[in-house]
Ligand binder design. Structure first.
Ligand code: ZN
Length: 197
C-alpha cells in the first residue's frame, strides 16, 4: 500500500517536472532528436540539468507576512483583552472564609476542610457497620448512634439494627440534618417567607 502510494507520488512528480520543463523550454528529450539530424549538430551539448528543486527555490515565494502586525494587536495576543479572554493573573474575588474552621473556600462549593471531616466520619461509620455486620445479609434498617444516645431512642427505632460509635457525636454533625447546627431550634413551627424585599 505504502509502496504503491510512493510510486504514484513519484510518477506525479516526474510528470510535473516534465510539464514545468516544457513550459520553461527545458525539455531534456530534445537532444535525442538532434542526434539523428546529422554529424554537424553532434557537437550540440545537452542543456544543463535543472531540477524541480532549483526552479522552486529560485522562482517561488513562500508564505511570509505581508503586513506589519500593530503593537496593539501584538499586546492583545500576548495579554488578552479584559472584555474577552484575559491571560494575565488576576486577583480572585470569590474566596470566602469558613465560619466553622476559618479556612478559605470558594463561593459555590463546600469548604474542603469541613467536608474532609464529613468524609472521614462517614468512613468510620462504614467501617463500624462492616465490623458489626461482617458477612451477614442486611435484613434490617441500620441506624448509627453515638455515645449516650442509646437511652434517647424511642419506639420508632424498634426493630432497627443499632450500631454505636464509641465516641461522642461531633458538634457539627446534627442529629436532625434538616436543622442548622449554628442556630438554636425555633420554638414555633411557622415558616417565614424570605427574599420578598
Ligand atoms: Zn470549613
Amino acid at each position: 500500500m505504502a509502496i504503491s502510494l510512493w510510486t504514484k507520488i513519484n510518477t506525479t512528480l516526474c510528470k510535473l517536472d516534465q510539464a514545468i520543463g516544457l513550459l520553461f523550454g527545458l525539455n531534456r528529450s530534445l537532444p535525442n532528436i538532434v542526434w539523428l539530424t546529422g554529424n554537424a549538430l553532434n557537437s550540440v551539448k545537452p542543456s544543463a540539468k535543472i531540477s524541480l528543486k532549483d526552479i522552486i527555490d529560485n522562482g517561488f515565494l513562500w508564505a511570509v507576512p505581508k503586513h506589519r502586525r500593530s503593537v496593539e494587536k501584538r499586546l492583545k495576543r500576548k495579554f488578552g483583552h479584559p472584555d474577552y479572554v484575559l491571560k494575565i493573573l488576576q486577583p480572585r474575588s470569590n474566596i470566602r472564609i469558613c465560619n466553622s474552621c476559618g479556612d478559605h473556600y470558594e463561593i459555590g462549593i463546600l469548604c474542603p476542610t469541613c467536608y474532609k471531616k464529613v468524609i472521614n466520619e462517614t468512613k468510620d461509620m462504614q467501617s463500624a457497620i462492616q465490623k458489626k455486620l461482617g458477612l451477614n445479609p442486611v435484613e434490617k434498617e441500620i441506624i448509627v448512634i453515638y455515645e449516650h444516645e442509646k437511652s434517647k431512642l424511642d419506639e420508632y427505632h424498634e426493630g432497627q439494627q443499632i450500631i454505636e460509635m464509641k465516641r461522642p457525636r461531633p458538634s457539627w454533625f446534627s442529629k436532625n440534618l434538616v436543622q442548622q447546627t449554628s442556630k438554636k431550634p425555633a420554638a414555633t413551627k411557622d415558616v417565614k417567607p424570605s427574599g420578598l424585599s
